[in-house]
Ligand binder design. Sequence first.
Ligand code: ADE
Length: 224
Amino acid sequence: MRIDIISVVPELMESAFNHSILKRAINKNLVQVNLINLRNYATDKHKSVDDYAFGGGAGMVLMIEPIAACINDLKSKNTYDEVIYMSPDGELLTQKLSNQLSLLQNFIILCGHYKGVDERVRQHLITKEISIGDYVLSGGELAAAVLSDSVIRLLPGVLNDETSALSDSFQDGLIAPPVYTRPAEFNGYKVPDILLSGHTANIEKWRHEQSLLRTKERRPNLNQ
Ligand code: ADE
């Protein structure tokens, strides 16, 4: 898989891809992530990527020209399944959507900034719009990192224990059960006896019950 992320502040995302699971996935060549500075595609001598909104109003708008130049350049070198725009009014990111995206070969993510992008970008250059929740971030960069993380961890070979993505919350429409580690007792707070019993079948049964209980309590609408 190849993910090309276009942004005016690509540095904001560097750390997300330089540590832990994502770093390992990149080093193992399971995914290629390219952070692209939109400013490199500015078409004027001031390297502008944004301008005032026609009709007035506060806030700058990302211009179509550098974005089109950047996307065209990428498309001249690779083929892409989707060109995704991160936006608070896009389709809400769910585990189901991450699973679907994990089956793609290559995709581009465009991060908005300032007041957003010229609407013509969304109409003509973007194939999918995704939001990570009903709140507004200062730009799409953190959202792009969230989306990429949720997709990359699903790629075969990324997680050490292949079953561990399958037991993630949401993967089977259920919240994951609680987990515990040493010590078995801390300040009188005890680990449930069942987990110390060594009885695998009973433990699995207890975990499933806990998942059902948690889902009912915390996300009763998960499967609707
Ligand atoms: N850009 C700003 N806010 C966002 C959000 N909630 N999701 C995706 N992109 C965004």
